[in-house]
Write a protein of this length. Structure first.
Length: 302
């Protein structure tokens, strides 16, 4: 019988994350939780609900909508927001394009993923958010491994990896100057496997995209990409129906799909345990250059 005073690995991670979320609510005047509809932001939202239950969330959710999302993601987002009674703010990349704030890429490899940065920073400025919580984890990518829990951003929303504040024990320094803000990553110490095991343990509902399903896809640079009205095929590419699932969810234009028969959480956990491909190995936005993620983060990306 397990000693009730000895925490399991998942309980330790949960308590740490909830502590960080409560610190954000205590230290900042206008925090917000970034919500993408992916599993990490879903777990973040679940943890936030736990942190303040039975009260409602003391901050809104913010979704940066590229206009090129999977339909299932938007449906799940709206259903979740209604279920927990949260306030939802949507920043529109299409609106940023229409206003001339950003210029849309053209051609078969075009993506709106990079354009999200301007929309995010504009939305943070519009609502005067001073802390934005995200679901980034240190095991995802080498640039994210450099992040602190409290990650300082200057008045231009930029990140300087060489100028981050030390975090000793559980002491977090949220002091800032006018116009600056923080990105906060409560699940920094979680791994992909931790996230999936927690989802199974807590019986958290997910979008159907994460489970095996049939979809029209095409093969590009070794990655299966989803069919969509805005996706352009290159010479030699063609659509075919495959049994796939999403391992990580982002903009359709940069989300690679995995050939998979995993239709349960147990299947997914077994599949991840056996794979040698990293979680973001199927994200086309990370493959544009060796330092793609770090460059985007320096400019204000998630």
């Amino acid at each position: 019988m397990r000693d009730k005073f000895v925490l399991t690995h998942l309980e330790e991670l949960e308590y740490e994350s909830i502590y960080v979320i409560r610190e954000v609510a205590a230290q900042f005047e206008r925090p917000v939780l970034l919500f993408s509809g992916g599993k990490d932001s879903i777990v973040m939202t679940y943890l936030a609900v736990k942190a303040f239950y039975p009260a409602k969330l003391p901050f809104p959710l913010l979704h940066i909508d590229t206009g090129h999302n999977f339909e299932e993601t938007i449906t799940y987002r709206d259903e979740l927001v209604a279920k927990i009674g949260a306030q939802l703010i949507v920043g529109s990349v299409q609106e940023s394009i229409d206003k001339g704030r950003v210029i849309e890429e053209k051609g078969p490899t075009a993506s709106r993923n990079l354009l999200q940065t301007t929309t995010l920073l504009d939305t943070i400025e519009k609502y005067k958010f001073d802390a934005a919580m995200g679901g980034g984890r240190r095991d995802e990518e080498k640039a994210r491994a450099k992040e602190r829990f409290f990650s300082h951003r200057d008045e231009f929303g930029q990140w300087d990896p060489k100028n981050q504040r030390p975090e000793l024990w559980n002491i977090f320094n949220g002091r800032k100057n006018q116009g600056e803000h923080f990105r906060v990553f409560p699940i920094s110490n979680w791994t992909e496997m931790d996230v999936w095991q927690y989802i199974m343990h807590e019986n958290i509902e997910l979008p159907d995209l994460y489970f095996t399903h049939q979809r029209e896809v095409f093969l590009r640079d070794g990655q299966w990409m989803a069919k969509a009205p805005f996706m352009m095929l290159k010479d030699g590419e063609f659509y075919e129906t495959k049994t796939v699932r999403c391992r990580t969810i982002g903009d359709v234009s940069c989300t690679g799909l995995t050939l998979s028969a995993a239709n349960s959480l147990e299947d997914i956990i077994q599949e991840i345990a056996a794979t040698r491909v990293t979680e973001r190995g199927g994200r086309a936005d990370d493959l544009r250059s060796e330092a793609a993620m770090e460059d985007r983060k320096k400019e204000g990306y998630f």
